[in-house]
Ligand binder design. Sequence first.
Ligand code: ADP
Ligand code: MG
Length: 151
Amino acid sequence: MKSFKISTSSPEETMNFSANLANKLQPGDVITLEGDLGAGKTTFTKGLARGLNIKRTVNSPTFTIVKEYEGDLPLYHIDAYRLEHNEEDLGFDEYFEGDGIVVVEWAKFIADYLPEERLNIEITYQEQDGRIIELLPQGQRFEKMCRELTE
Ligand code: ADP
Ligand code: MG
């Protein structure tokens, strides 16, 4: 599997990157975000929201599983953390095959429901304001997108 890495040195830089990514996305696109607490998953999502012209403030979804935001396209922010031991299908297909962009945190807890074609992203803390953003596209369309974003 191809992997693309970029480094950012401020939250603003991370948000600029994800705002650019947002402009390349289509309805039904799924992005998974991995990274430790404080790595920048929510910051990345805020940039996506900015790219989609979403006016509301994006926060960590912590107490709700899915948060919806309206913009040029809807953004569905899913936090699967509390679904670790959940066995039932909560109807995620509606989001994954839907009209908006889907961002999933703790995607491993709903791995069975994720579409095969998606963009996996891992953010790693460097020091202070430095972060490595690794893009792990699944499928040719996402691979092309990642190449364009990193060249
Ligand atoms: P997570 O959702 O992964 O727990 P957050 O996005 O909530 O992480 O927090 C990341 C924190 O790190 C924020 O306070 C953000 O301002 C800060 N930060 C510093 N440098 C960066 C960077 N290069 N990219 C993203 N966030 C950064
Ligand atoms: Mg968060």
